[in-house]
Write a protein that binds this ligand. Structure first.
Ligand code: 5GP
Ligand code: ZN
Length: 115
């Protein structure tokens, strides 16, 4: 638990969030500033700065769990029309909260390339 980290505080129940799913490893919440009709965030309960540091830590089980939960939410929310998973990483990646999270976006057509 990193007291300076907003997602650690959400994971610890110190800051409220609309929870969609929680187990012993990961938490899924609604994004406070949604960019699509469905915009969820899936994050590990344990603090990792980003996907690169999680992979470097060798925690393949948590990596897999994040994708399992994100994909399931995308299927539930996006149905046959699909969905998008995004992991912004570092400053050039557009990451603003330095606690790893997978964005799950669904409910409208997405465009490409990203900004
Ligand atoms: P990033 O820019 O790091 O990829 O994504 C951070 C996301 O976290 C943004 O989409 C932002 O709206 C969301 N966010 C920031 N603070 C909070 C918060 O306190 N609660 C929730 N639910 N989402 C947050
Ligand atoms: Zn954290």
């Amino acid at each position: 638990m990193n007291q300076d980290c907003i997602f650690c505080r959400i994971a610890g129940g110190q800051i409220p969030a609309k929870e969609l799913y929680r187990d012993e490893d990961v938490l899924a919440i609604e994004d406070v500033n949604p960019q699509a009709p469905c915009h969820a965030l899936v994050l590990p309960l344990q603090h990792h700065d980003n996907i690169a540091t999680l992979v470097e830590a060798g925690d393949g089980a948590t990596t897999g769990k994040l994708f399992e939960v994100a994909s399931r939410l995308g299927r539930e929310r996006g149905g046959e029309n699909g969905f998008r998973l995004v992991i912004n990483t570092g400053s050039n990646g557009g990451q603003t909260v330095n606690h790893l999270h997978v964005h799950v976006l669904a409910g409208r057509p997405m465009t490409w390339p990203p900004g």
